[in-house]
Design a protein around this ligand. Structure first.
Ligand SMILES: [Zn+2]
Length: 234
């Protein structure tokens, strides 16, 4: 119902505009200046702004509507208002675009920052295979057993040497073979994998470790003997 009214309203509005335009063109074409004094520009400006200060019963309105000179000025003022409104709209649009660009930049930057902080705490997965490493106490491990780990948060899967027992192990990264200057350590339980090897998974925080040579040690909970393997932190 309301929609119908609005449609009728719009049609009437269009018709009135057309009628006003016809009238305006007729007056402008006629070149006739209406009798009496032309109102001052301030009044015409108010009229152009459709100001509520102007009463439609004001005789100056009647004059302006039928005066070639006044209508010409009124038309120019209307166009001026229209173009300044357009400029305002453009300025507002430009400002909105700028705000959007700034907002996007800020969002992107914070995303990048968030991503880089996520990266810095991302756990690196590494596998250390000691299956063929010697398990004899005191025996120097060969160069082939040397392993390397990155200086970060590392989840290391360790395949323990042949003949290792299952159970709880303490795993540590130390500076020397005497267990000094522990860089990181963790405790994990070794379990037999599908290939019959004992393996465990341990988290080592090597973020503060300097790059260089270290030792990876494994100590069985019950055995209490530590085995050291050369380790390089990259
Ligand atoms: Zn006039």
């Amino acid at each position: 119902m309301r929609l119908t009214w609005r449609r009728v309203g719009r049609a009437e509005d269009r018709f009135e505009k057309w009628l006003a335009k016809q009238h305006q063109e007729a007056v402008l074409d006629s070149g006739v200046t209406a009798p009496g004094h032309c109102p001052d520009e301030a009044f015409l400006r108010d009229l152009a702004h459709k100001s509520s200060r102007v009463s439609l019963t004001d005789p100056r309105v009647h004059h302006a509507a039928s005066c070639n000179k006044c209508l010409t000025l009124l038309k120019a003022l209307r166009e001026e208002i229209h173009s300044s409104r357009e400029k305002l709209v453009l300025t507002l649009a430009a400002a909105t675009c700028l705000v959007a660009v700034v907002a996007l930049t800020v969002v992107n930057r914070s995303r990048v920052r968030q991503r880089s902080s996520e990266v810095s705490v991302t756990t690196v997965f590494e596998t250390v295979n000691l299956w063929d490493a010697s398990t004899l106490r005191g025996q120097q491990p060969g160069p082939l057993q040397s392993v390397s780990l990155p200086a970060g948060l590392v989840r290391v899967k360790i395949v323990l040497p042949r003949f290792s027992e299952s159970g709880r192990y303490e795993v540590a990264v130390t500076r020397d073979q005497a267990g000094n200057a522990v860089q990181a350590h963790g405790i994990a339980t070794a379990a037999t994998d599908s290939e019959g090897r004992e393996e465990l998974s341990v988290d080592l925080d090597l973020r503060n470790a300097e790059k260089g040579p270290y030792f990876l040690s494994t100590t069985h909970e019950q055995d209490q003997a530590s085995y050291y393997y050369p380790l390089e932190i990259k």
